[in-house]
Design a protein around this ligand. Structure first.
Ligand SMILES: [Zn+2]
Length: 98
């Protein structure tokens, strides 16, 4: 279910910069505050060090803060680059190989 708060959070996620780091990823908001994101090996879920995530994820395990949403955008673009690089970006129906 999408609430107004969810939509505002999604809009703000567009103003977050994401880059790779040794432990996972680093997200920087417009204000310059940096947070750390990791992929939890047990749950397979993304976790963020921001107060919003730390507070809300206790009550809602599927909660995605604006940094996690920005990271998903970032990863989506990287994935598309990889598909393009591998030549998988166009009509895969005729392919007989995997
Ligand atoms: Zn966050």
């Amino acid at each position: 279910m999408t609430s107004e708060a969810d939509e505002k959070r999604a809009a703000r996620s567009l103003y977050v910069e994401v880059e790779e780091a040794e432990w996972g990823w680093r997200a920087r908001s417009e204000s310059g505050t940096e947070y750390h994101l990791v992929l939890d090996p047990k749950s397979g879920q993304l976790q963020c060090s921001c107060p919003d995530f730390v507070y809300r994820s206790d009550m809602a395990p599927d909660f995605e803060c604006k940094h996690i949403r920005a990271l998903i955008y970032f990863l989506g673009r990287r994935y598309l680059e990889i598909l393009h690089h591998l030549g998988l970006g166009y009509d895969r129906r005729g392919r007989t190989d995997n």
